[in-house]
Design a protein. Structure first.
Length: 368
């Protein structure tokens, strides 16, 4: 209490001294100090509000991140010989007698059974590894810290959770082969793999698939709504428009990973919007001003005619934006009868979603 009293007295004396020296009324000094303190507090509140808003928006985006159920698996069913091979290798382990259950769980989660069974065999040593026998975790689903944190009550629970994990993080995103899955599932050179066992993951899974025998006639086909080859987007777009009564559905704030474009930039948004509608788009297009040339080089159709669902790119020195270091990219939501177009985009207002309606200047290029 004494220290506070001394501090208050010192402050009052300092204010009186300043007022006397500057020949300013004491109340004006107090008013000035109050204004300064208010400005500081207001700045803190504004900055805090902005930070909170950004975090909330990011959380919403993350919550909306698509675990898209838009992939369809056709084929991949094992012949009877394949099931027998699995049972022979699994004999005496936690997965003995589970071959049909594994196929059932794979189909339920839209995973090719042959691929699912081969990964299980690789991860658990055909059900004889400690992750299967002790933890009921044959697909080595990671816990909060490590594999040791994930233990299931039953082997079926471990298979179900492993299947959901495999679909949500890999199959649904178009990662449907050992090569595509392995780079993320078991990355070579990972810090938690000092003995470099991950280097054997892809060859082992492929070898397991071969040992399980050829799949039934027709093989395995996995097609995803957002995995349309370049140049085929117009036909896909027609189906999207028919499904929604001739108009595009509103932006659903879904995000798709991986997305290496800068967060909340124009490129980041257009990548997500095209993916959301199941239309092709690449991570290698660069800045907004580069998209037209790079897309054309990769087989995309480009032109000067506006079309709903197209991407619209402005060059580095455009009539609309002048000399810019990046150019700009947006998404065409609507083409009006009077020649105007309505686009959705990010970062015209910094880091913010927006829509504009305007007439073309002529130096824009559309990517279909």
């Amino acid at each position: 209490m004494k220290k506070r009293t001394i501090a208050k007295r010192a402050a009052k004396q300092a204010v009186k001294f300043i007022a006397h020296k500057a020949n300013i009324a004491l109340w004006k000094i107090w008013l000035l100090l109050g204004a300064v303190l208010f400005s500081i507090l207001l700045t803190i509140v504004i900055v805090g509000t902005i930070i909170t808003a950004v975090r909330v928006e990011k959380d919403k985006q993350e919550q909306a991140t698509s675990s898209s159920k838009g992939c369809e698996v056709v084929g991949g069913n094992l012949k009877e010989g394949g099931l027998q091979t699995f049972e022979k290798n699994a004999k005496g382990g936690a997965l003995e007698g589970k071959s049909e259950k594994i196929v059932e769980i794979a189909k339920k989660n839209k995973i090719p059974p042959s691929l699912f069974m081969a990964i299980i065999a690789s991860e658990s040593g055909w059900g004889k590894g400690a992750n299967a026998t002790r933890q009921n975790n044959p697909l080595s689903v990671m816990g909060n810290k490590s594999i040791q944190d994930s233990t299931y009550k039953t082997i079926e629970d471990g298979l179900e959770d492993g299947a959901r994990n495999l679909y949500d993080l890999y199959i649904s995103k178009g990662l449907t082969t050992p090569e595509k899955i392995g780079s993320k599932y078991a990355p070579v050179g990972a810090a938690n793999d000092p003995s470099n066992m991950n280097a054997r993951w892809v060859p082992t899974v492929k070898s397991n698939m071969k040992s399980l025998g050829e799949v039934e006639k027709g093989g395995t086909t996995v097609s995803c709504d957002n995995d349309i080859p370049a140049g085929e987007s117009i036909e896909k777009l027609k189906k999207v428009l028919e499904k929604h009564g001739g108009k595009l559905p509103k932006y659903g704030k879904k995000t798709f990973e991986p997305n290496t474009y800068a967060y909340h930039q124009c490129t980041w948004y257009v990548y997500n919007r095209r993916k959301e509608l199941g239309l092709p788009v690449e991570l290698s297009f660069g800045n907004g001003g580069d998209w037209a040339d790079k897309a054309k080089a990769q087989g995309y159709k480009t032109g000067k005619t506006p079309k709903v669902g197209a991407m619209i790119s402005w060059p580095y020195n455009s009539k609309a934006f002048g000399s810019t270091p990046y150019g700009h990219i947006a998404f065409v939501e609507e083409v009006k009868k009077n020649g105007e177009i309505r686009v959705s985009e990010y970062n015209i207002i910094p880091f913010t979603y927006g829509e504009r309606t305007f007439k073309l200047d002529g130096d824009e290029t559309f990517i279909y």
